[in-house]
Design a protein around this ligand. Sequence first.
Ligand SMILES: *Cc1c(COP(=O)(O)O)cnc(C)c1O
Length: 341
Amino acid sequence: MEKKNLDWEHIGFNYHKTDYRYVAEYKDGVWGEGKLTGEADIVLNECANILQYSQQVFEGLKAYTTADGHIVTFRPDQNAKRMAGSARFMEMPAPSEEMFLEAVDQVVRANAAWVPPYGTGATLYLRPYLFGTNPVIGVKPASEFQFRLFCTPVGPYFRGGAKPLTLCVSDYDRAAPHGTGHVKASLNYAMSLHAYVEAHARGYDENLFLDAASRTMVEETGGANFVFVTKDGELVIPQSDSILPSITRRSLVEVARDYLGLTVTERPVSLAELPYFAEAGLCGTAAVISPVGKVVDHGREICFPSGMEKMGPVLQQVYDLLTGMQMGTVEAPAGWIRTIL
Ligand SMILES: *Cc1c(COP(=O)(O)O)cnc(C)c1O
């Protein structure tokens, strides 16, 4: 199979229209047969629920070319399960795990020429999503839905190594207690855009959102979970019902415990204790771990000892193991790697 002629190292994190995507329709209480299509545009009624009331949930995962030339995905069953949970909360029918995995396999196989070669740092990003399609004007859930999955090659998240980020403590809230913070829905992103644009305009890379009720506890950024390392080399993961359960974070917890023998504590973390940590990072599918060098809280700078040049040593070890598993150079726990080709 001939690869597409792309400058893989420099494609950035942008949408490229690939050859095939998967689509399945839900109607009259049942999912129809899913299929691949070459058509990237979607035609919807003007009153479709997604356009008026934002009934949508999504996932994000990647396909990787391994060192020995296979194409694999990382824990796609976890994405299927999380989408089912998100869909339940949003009053939508979820595709079965089997259907979800079938969509992943079919799209990756059909677009194998778009999967970046090993060693380029680039990967194939997969975006499964589910949304209400039929017209609704009175507020209620849709009765017809589409489950789709498209893919786009994305470049290495950090070219020339991961430079630590500078975050600002946001005056906006990402998620309310008992709200949708734990659900992977586009609506959580829509309301984070203003905060994101403002933070960027002020020179920050990302927002650190606090819990909306007390505004004292660390939640997450717009699209990645936090992980901290204490001066004793212990991993600390902020805990809250309004944090989105990152699969990268859950995976790195297991890797830190079982491969590195580190102590991992999942507990509420207050903003006040940030100055006592040795390392901080953000985790998610896009970058795996992005180091955080500095958090600015209304002019007060909290600088982590790991500095502004590189990732801290403990997070670097976790990062190397996790990316090694994705690239096939480190043996992963059973069931984590799904070989597609
Ligand atoms: C998707 C997402 C993450 C990261 O989850 P992964 O499964 O690791 O990619 C973190 N926070 C939010 C709000 C998200 O939507």
